[in-house]
Write a protein that binds this ligand. Structure first.
Ligand SMILES: Cc1ncc(C[n+]2csc(CCOP(=O)(O)OP(=O)(O)O)c2C)c(N)n1
Ligand SMILES: [Mg+2]
Length: 557
């Protein structure tokens, strides 16, 4: 075998793992990798980004969408620091990702050479694994291990540092084989026990979330719901696991959720939780279930054994992937003792929660999102970041079936733009809509340039209320009338989009949205709709002035 450089070996091993895209910002620290990528640019394109935060978010979104690690390349200290937001998101969202970071040569390591950081310490507590490849002949071993680790158990990000001299060293070594996630299957006795608990339940509820879901697992969930007649709720920002149009769909359990559904979780006698780790957002700040022993008989199914019993001691702890568990329990269940009424009531409550209400101002997001829901294709991908503007799609848009949701469980702003870029690259034929707040958009809006560079016809929507509205909402509740650090003076977003070479339009009335959206799609270019809403429409339930009045009343008490 002819000897190869570390850079060439690394790229060959990414191809052996069937990587299809690498996202990054270049640095002189890993020129040897960029050079090796030149030879395979058709098979493994390097998507050049404008900020490592954008690149890392793209890799995270790729992992969320495909179940295989998204790959990001960033340079030493500054690049690694900029990438942090995507690494943290991959951890909280349990998304498989591998971030390769340039590192100073082994000849000058530990002198605090130019941009040097020890990434093992920097990312030791955030990433699932942070390591450094010191010898080129060990690249295949590290890459294969990183892939398996990123995907297995509870998935997460791996950070691998690449000393510059290691990447140029030439050695003879064979590539590692293609690896898959470790399967985790339930014990037959546990499945029977779960089945018995559900059979004897009076108020059962299924709650799904987390990662490691496949199309087959989603189909198995649907079949199980139909055979068992159980209502199914989706956890915060994992709404695409179950079709919202299905008569068993009960709604989402997260922030701004239907109070009747939260009561349903609280009052359940048996709660079957599949894949979701039961984090703060899904449990209304750890209030829906008692810590450490819930009143509900909790059947907790999670692919990562470490997550079972972490906060809640379950009646049954089952370390299994969602698909393996669902296949097993569906096969084990005989006829359901439950009638469809239970699920039908839950679905009815969900439908009522979506029913339109009056909204202040000329732009009615209720109507706009319901129109999008009716109009978008069945396989559309909708992305968003964090902010009150996201509650509109969470509550009104019907995810599931083939529709996908890319949204940060970590509650991190700036996700909507880069995740949409990754989605359109992975699925060029599918409609991709990026839903952003004015604050959120400008956190990674520079990746509009990436969408333009790769001619990706994504529709970016910016919901502009002239503020960091979510924080303003908390201010009005807790410190009414004392606006501090939340007002925004914004650019003309439509003009900004046009400067990037995108199609840009401004929407100031409800009726303008649909034709503007259709022109945006027809442009076949990246496009941006700047939707200016009334600042009074601060939440879906209350006007800004009402929140302030309530805050005043509460703080007077
Ligand atoms: C990276 C990051 N920084 C800060 C926050 C805190 N935060 C949560 S929502 C929010 C405001 C979002 O503003 P915008 O996108 O305009 O949405 P709006 O709430 O106004 O609808 C802020 C600052 C966060 N979640 N993530
Ligand atoms: Mg805003």
């Amino acid at each position: 075998m002819a000897s190869r450089s570390g850079g060439e070996i690394l790229v060959a091993n990414l191809l052996a793992q069937r990587a299809t895209h690498a996202f990054g910002v270049p640095g002189e620290s890993y020129l040897a990798v960029l050079d090796a990528l030149h030879d395979v640019r058709e098979r493994l394109p390097f998507i050049v980004c404008r900020h490592e935060g954008g690149a890392a978010y793209m890799a995270e979104a790729y992992g969320k969408l495909t179940g295989r690690p998204g790959i990001a390349f960033v340079t030493r200290g500054p690049g690694a620091s900029n990438a942090a937001v995507g690494i943290h998101t991959a951890t909280q969202d349990a998304s498989p990702m591998i971030v390769f970071v340039g590192q100073v040569g082994t000849d000058m390591v530990d002198r605090e050479a130019f941009q040097e950081i020890d990434y093992r310490r920097m990312y030791g507590s955030v990433a699932k694994w942070a390591a450094q490849i010191d010898r080129a002949e060990r690249i295949p071993e590290y890459v294969a291990h990183a892939y398996r680790l990123a995907m297995s158990g509870r998935p997460g990000p791996v950070v691998l540092a690449l000393p510059e001299d290691m990447l140029t060293t030439r050695v003879d070594v064979a590539d590692a084989p293609f690896v898959e996630a470790i399967a985790a299957t339930p014990a037959a006795a546990d499945v029977r026990a779960a089945e018995a608990l559900l059979r004897n339940a009076r108020r059962p509820l299924v709650l799904v979330g987390g990662s490691r879901w496949t199309d087959e697992a989603r189909a198995a969930l649907r079949a199980f719901a139909e055979h068992s007649n159980l209502p199914v709720a989706c956890a915060f920002r994992h709404q695409d696991l179950f079709d919202h149009r299905h008569p068993n769909y009960a709604g989402d359990v997260g922030i701004g959720s239907n109070p009747t559904l939260l009561a349903r979780v609280r009052d359940a006698d048996v709660l079957l939780v599949i894949g979701e780790r039961l984090g703060e957002t899904t449990t209304s700040g750890y209030s829906l279930l008692d810590v450490p022993v819930p009143r509900q008989a909790l059947i907790h199914v999670h692919p990562g054994a470490d997550e079972l019993g972490r906060v809640y001691q379950p009646a049954l702890a089952i370390a299994a992937t969602p698909g393996a568990f669902l296949a097993a329990i569906d096969a084990a269940s005989a006829r359901s003792p439950h009638t469809p009424d239970l699920a039908a009531r839950a679905h009815d409550e969900y439908e009522r929660w979506r029913a339109p209400r009056a909204v202040p101002g000329a732009v009615d997001l209720w109507q706009i999102v319901r129109w999008l829901d009716e109009t978008l294709p069945d396989d559309a991908i909708l992305t968003n970041g964090a902010g009150n503007y996201a509650t509109w799609v969470h509550r009104l848009y019907r995810y599931g079936g083939k529709r996908r949701q890319l949204a940060p469980y970590s509650g991190s702003m700036g996700y909507g733009v880069p995740s949409a870029v990754a989605a359109k690259l992975v699925h060029p034929q599918r409609t991709v809509i990026s839903w952003n707040g004015d604050g959120c958009f400008l956190m990674n809006g520079q990746e509009l340039a990436t969408a333009a560079q790769y001619a990706l016809p994504i529709v970016f929507v910016v919901i502009d209320n002239g503020m960091y509205g979510t924080i303003r909402m908390h201010q009005e509740r807790n410190y009414p009338g004392r606006v501090s650090g939340t007002d925004l003076i914004n650019p003309d977003f439509a003009q900004l989009a046009r400067a990037y070479g995108a199609h840009g339009e401004t929407v100031v009335a409800t009726t303008e949205f649909a034709p503007a959206f259709e022109r945006a799609v027809a442009s076949q270019r990246p496009s941006l709709l700047h939707v200016r809403i009334d600042p009074q429409a601060l939440t879906m339930n209350a006007r800004l002035d009402d929140l302030r009045a309530q805050g005043m009343a509460r703080t007077r008490e």
